[in-house]
Design a protein around this ligand. Structure first.
Ligand SMILES: [Zn+2]
Ligand SMILES: [Zn+2]
Length: 92
């Protein structure tokens, strides 16, 4: 794995946000809720969520709705993966 590879992949990541499963809210980095959670609510279940751009259709999706193909060096949304098929997705 080269640095270029990681850089290319990071370009597809538009933003990183946090999701608190306990409060059921989305928290953006820099939001005051982040420091409240760190300070007072460390028992809450926080999850990091990446906002990605699909390399095929260009739609913006979260990482739970997308997968990464090392063969293509791209994230694709699940729509595109099911249209192309998983084998096609993992073929460059
Ligand atoms: Zn919370
Ligand atoms: Zn797509």
């Amino acid at each position: 794995m080269t640095e270029d590879w990681a850089e290319e992949r990071d370009k597809a990541v538009l933003n990183t946000i946090y999701y608190c499963e306990t409060c059921n809210i989305i928290v953006e980095p820099g939001d005051v809720d982040i420091s409240i959670h760190k300070r007072e609510l460390p028992h809450h279940k926080m999850r990091r969520v990446m906002i990605l751009r699909c390399g095929k259709c260009g739609n913006v999706v979260t990482d739970s709705y997308a997968e990464y193909s090392p063969e293509r060096n791209q994230f694709w949304c699940k729509n595109c993966i099911s249209e192309t098929g998983v084998d096609g997705f993992h073929t460059s």
